[in-house]
Design a protein around this ligand. Sequence first.
Ligand code: ZN
Length: 246
Amino acid sequence: MSSYALDNLLPYADPGVQVDGAFGLRVAAVQNTDLHLTRVNSDSRLIIRGIPGTRWQHELSARWQELDEGGNPPLWREPVLSSFEREDQVKHPRVRNGERELAWLGSGLLRRIALFHKSSSAYSTRSWITGGEWIFELDTRRDVPLDHDTLLARLMDPVWGLSLRISDSHCTCHNPPLPDRYMRQCTYDLVHTEGKPGGLQIRFRHGRAIYGRNVREDLERVGADSAWLDRVLPQRLADDSSEAFE
Ligand SMILES: [Zn+2]
């Protein structure tokens, strides 16, 4: 996971084409299993804490070497915006403007990241961006009650939440039950209350645990909080073999 994070986050140049990774992101420090990230011309810090045994320095060196040998200059040690990044800004204004337009949402969500495990019944949260929209897919196991109202209420809380309102929704909670092999989904579209560009779609899925056979065991092994696990992935009874993990 640490190597996956670095592959996706750290900026590097594809000379003459574009800059990949998070534009302007820099590595500020490594302290044990903490990776401190910052941005050019900023004092802000984002700390990514790895599980015990994470070797950030080793991963950083490996990533540096891999890019360097492939002819892709790594940019995360540059003290200022590199010439590659400046050139990219000029060549791809639409891409960079699109990113900036979603920044209020990314920043707001990052500052409330704990909501996704404290206020949700999902054991898995994934997200991606497409066409100016941030899509989240939250999976709740069938034998755990699906709760989407708590998370939505906190995301839109008038004091602590983001300036969001629901623009569209489709809730299937009161529909007749589906056969076991199907997943049920409730979908909520959220937009900025004052019309800023960019929106959020949250797909609350309810069904079989589809990500791996031994999700709970995998999460226990990397030190996941046991109270959280008991809530979102409770142990099954020994004779409960009616629903296979698939
Ligand atoms: Zn629903």
